[in-house]
Design a protein around this ligand. Structure first.
Ligand code: G4F
Length: 322
């Protein structure tokens, strides 16, 4: 039986990945952060047969301790301060966690289980303002990040290469474009829009405040993207892969779809609040998934519409069961 170790196991991706690896017959382990509201800490993973220790990317001793306990075959580094706008409010914490934290886990990996395989949650936010002439971002697209989050992820991406080359570690980057689900935090735009629209439909709210509605994102489902993470670690040689649907839509298009589905017109309910704007916006993301589809046979199973419909259904059930 293989053992997987997941940082960020209590998050959206961590919980879907834990479920997927349990289905594949893995022993699934990970770390969770100490939190004062202990009741909510394991909401997404409460029913899973997994083992967790307390740990934090900023505390290398906790990482080494956990790796010594579990001795994993595969390490998935999903933990991060993952909110891009908030990274401008807490830039130093973001860099400590997302950049220095990756040095910490790479050191722990090198020191304790160097024969294991390692996955780093790299991000399309690394591309920033950079787009190839054909309108896509891909593995070769230059990186010009536009947020503390994006800059921290570029550092992590590069230091993974360094550990791969210098110490011959099986260290990989998945460059994931936006991926969502009913388990997404409700301060990310998809879940914020769906939850807000459902509240309006049910008479529980009378407006939805958003930031920039004219930015474009390539949205997939977390369920599909964790399968890509696992596939990436099944290869003989370490590599980097873009994981994306290849289709891009604006936040406005998303609002139009979600509100229409609820027989509402988003223009009657959505207002802009400058507090949700970013110091520097990333206006456009669209990933070219050719490398992972041709080399690893990965393909997304969810359409954008199926993703949104599942999220709408989720919030309808939450409110109607109250
Ligand atoms: O949902 P978002 O906050 O996601 P963002 O910034 O694209 O980052 C997500 O995807 C990255 C991969 O590309 C991950 F690395 C990262 O960890 C995270 O998962 O915002 C999406 C778009 C942005 O252009 C934002 O400006 O929606 C726009 N937006 C408009 N109004 C809003 C809002 N975003 C949020 N969070 N809240 C709003 O009210």
């Amino acid at each position: 039986m293989k053992t997987a170790f997941i940082t960020g196991i209590a998050g959206q991706d961590g919980s879907y990945l834990a479920e997927h690896l349990l289905e594949q017959g893995y022993r699934v382990t990970g770390i969770i952060r100490r939190n004062s509201t202990v009741e909510h800490q394991k909401n997404r993973i409460a029913d899973l047969d997994i083992e967790v220790e307390y740990g934090d990317l900023t505390d290398q001793s906790s990482l080494e301790r956990a790796l010594r306990i579990y001795k994993p075959d595969e390490i998935y580094n999903l933990a991060a301060q993952s909110h891009v706008r908030i990274s401008s409010d807490i830039p130093q914490f973001t860099v400590q966690t997302n950049a220095v934290g990756v040095v910490n886990i790479l050191e722990a990996y090198k020191n304790v289980v160097p024969e294991a395989k390692f996955y780093q949650a790299s991000s399309s936010e690394m591309f920033g303002s950079s787009v190839d002439a054909d309108g896509y971002q891909r593995e070769t697209t230059p990186m010009r990040p536009v947020s503390p989050y994006g800059c921290s992820k570029v550092f992590a991406y590069n230091i993974v290469h360094h550990y791969r080359n210098a110490y011959k570690l099986h260290a990989n980057n998945g460059i994931l474009f936006n991926h969502e689900s009913p388990r997404r935090g409700s301060n990310f735009v998809t879940n914020k829009v769906v939850k807000g629209a459902v509240e309006i439909k049910l008479g529980l709210a009378n407006k939805l405040e958003l930031g920039n509605m004219d930015s474009y994102r390539d949205w997939g489902h977390s369920y599909d993207y964790v399968r890509a993470m696992h596939l990436i670690l099944q290869q003989d040689r370490p590599n980097d892969y873009v994981v994306a649907t290849g289709i891009t839509r604006s936040v406005r298009d998303m609002c139009d779809y979600v509100f229409s589905k609820l027989e509402l017109d988003y223009k009657d309910w959505v207002v802009q609040n400058p507090k949700y704007l970013r110091p520097e916006e990333l206006p456009y993301l669209r990933g070219d998934n050719t490398k992972i589809t041709t080399e690893l046979g990965w393909n997304p199973t969810y359409t954008f519409e199926a993703l949104m419909d599942e999220m709408i259904e989720h919030w309808m059930q939450v409110y109607q069961s109250q």
